[in-house]
Design a protein around this ligand. Structure first.
Ligand code: IPE
Ligand code: IPE
Ligand code: MG
Length: 246
């Protein structure tokens, strides 16, 4: 890995920027606790870190940025925290609706959106509508997302085709299965970043992460600035991807 003299920032190979970067936005609560602030202040800082990261990765030429915002398991948190996270999403979406066309960002959602509030569903429908007209980096926000839930939904959809339309089970291929996931038509992540010090996937993109390169760091998500993202990309650029070959 090459390091520039200034700020110890690695020099990135502009010809080897990951096409798809995924991030588990973890560590917001601890970021706030370290500062004597309520956990919700950490989510607010995390939301700002997300917007900065999206703009920076777009400037590097990343085509897809998938972020884990709220898992199917995060409903276990106190109602007050869940509401604070939903409130931040609401604010982000309202801002995105105003700025998406100008910034040329496409927003897309992965997850079971049915249990969300009517207001949130309306905002999501509006962003989807605007996304049809934008051509820039696609940001996939995983909201009430679980990798297992996504797989079970894909299985149900294929089982319906078999039971109802008589599709032979042998017709089910990896490609057909992939086409029933939220990520249909999107290449798998090249690099998956998990800040916050935990060394686990927490139900994130279980199928799509088959051959992703992982980058784990103790840095907390609200502190993932451009220099920290560069470190993750530099680590990726130092890897040898074999996909099972030699
Ligand atoms: C991630 O930060 C945000 C969500 C899960 C919504 P956390 O809230 O999990 O932060 P820590 O892990 O408690 O520090
Ligand atoms: C993963 O973080 C989910 C999101 C960042 C949205 P968690 O904080 O929920 O993960 P665990 O509970 O530490 O595995
Ligand atoms: Mg966490």
């Amino acid at each position: 890995m090459l390091f520039g003299k200034q700020e110890d920032r690695p020099v990135l190979d502009k010809n080897n920027i990951p096409v798809h970067i995924a991030a588990i936005m973890d560590g917001n609560g601890r970021w706030a606790q370290k500062r004597g602030l309520p956990r919700t202040a950490g989510h607010s800082a995390g939301s700002e870190a997300f917007q900065r990261a999206a703009e920076y990765l777009q400037s590097l030429g990343v085509k897809y940025f998938t972020v884990y915002a709220f898992s199917t398991e995060n409903w276990k948190r106190p109602e007050e925290e869940v509401q604070a996270i939903m409130g931040l999403l609401d604010r982000y979406l309202r801002k995105a609706i105003r700025e998406m066309a100008e910034k040329n960002i496409r927003l897309h959602f992965f997850g079971d959106l049915e249990p969300l509030s009517d207001n949130m569903k309306k905002l999501i429908a509006e962003t989807n509508e605007i996304s049809r007209g934008t051509t820039g980096m696609q940001v996939n926000v995983c909201l009430n997302y679980g990798g297992r839930d996504e797989i079970v939904r894909a299985v149900r959809s294929l089982a319906r085709d078999c039971a109802r339309d008589g599709m032979p089970p042998e017709a089910i291929t990896e490609e057909l299965f992939s086409s029933r996931l939220y990520s249909a038509n999107i290449p798998d992540p090249d690099l998956t970043i998990r800040p916050g010090g935990e060394l686990r996937l927490s139900n994130f993109l279980l199928w799509q992460n088959a051959y992703s390169e992982f980058y784990f760091t103790d840095t907390l998500w609200p502190d993932m600035d451009e220099a920290e993202l560069d470190k993750a990309i530099a680590a990726y650029q130092g890897r040898k991807r074999r996909f099972g070959g030699i």
